[in-house]
Design a protein around this ligand. Structure first.
Ligand SMILES: Nc1ncnc2c1ncn2[C@@H]1O[C@H](COP(=O)(O)OP(=O)(O)OP(=O)(O)O)[C@@H](O)[C@H]1O
Ligand SMILES: [Mg+2]
Length: 145
């Protein structure tokens, strides 16, 4: 587990960028945290590092976005989901094909979505600072991050 405090959105993006370069297609990253914690900011930093130049915005009012960079990156936001039914999984499944997947508000998908390789949790410290905790199924992924 890695825990640190980010002092700005730029720092959060840089951390995400370092993580992103270690990810591979098929990896799922859960991004947890309260409203405004910086989940989308984190995903944006990862997307930039993966060669995506288009705007990365919160997909709160759609299920998700799929971007093409050096690899494909899917960005899901399950904020409006209480759970994920079989029918809804049918809509989501293709986002997980041949892509690195970031999931904001993953709680609704637990037990349904593919298991995450990395879990990121962001918490407010104050207006500019966020405590960021990263956990991975293989601890070596986070070494010297
Ligand atoms: N250290 C920091 N890390 C990340 N974001 C920060 C930081 N300091 C300030 N911010 C600001 O906090 C806001 C975070 O917004 P963002 O959309 O990334 O949050 P979110 O967790 O995705 O919110 P939502 O739950 O609405 O999806 C941005 O305005 C960003 O500039
Ligand atoms: Mg968001």
């Amino acid at each position: 587990m890695v825990e640190l405090v980010s002092a700005s959105s730029a720092e959060t993006e840089e951390l995400a960028a370092r993580l992103a370069t270690r990810l591979a297609v098929g990896d799922v990253v859960e991004v947890r945290g309260e409203l405004g914690a910086g989940k989308t900011t984190f995903v944006r930093g990862a997307c930039r590092a993966l060669g995506i130049s288009e705007p990365v915005t919160s997909p709160t009012f759609t299920i998700g976005h799929r971007y093409q960079g050096r690899v494909d990156v899917s960005h899901l936001d399950l904020y409006r989901f209480a759970g994920v039914s079989a029918a809804e999984w049918g809509d989501l499944e293709s986002y997980f094909d041949d892509a690195i997947v970031f999931v904001e508000w993953p709680e609704a998908g637990s037990g349904v979505l593919p298991l995450a390789r990395v879990t990121v949790a962001l918490e407010h410290v104050d207006e500019q600072r966020r405590r960021i905790t990263l956990d991975a199924t293989d601890a070596t992924l986070l070494q010297e991050l």
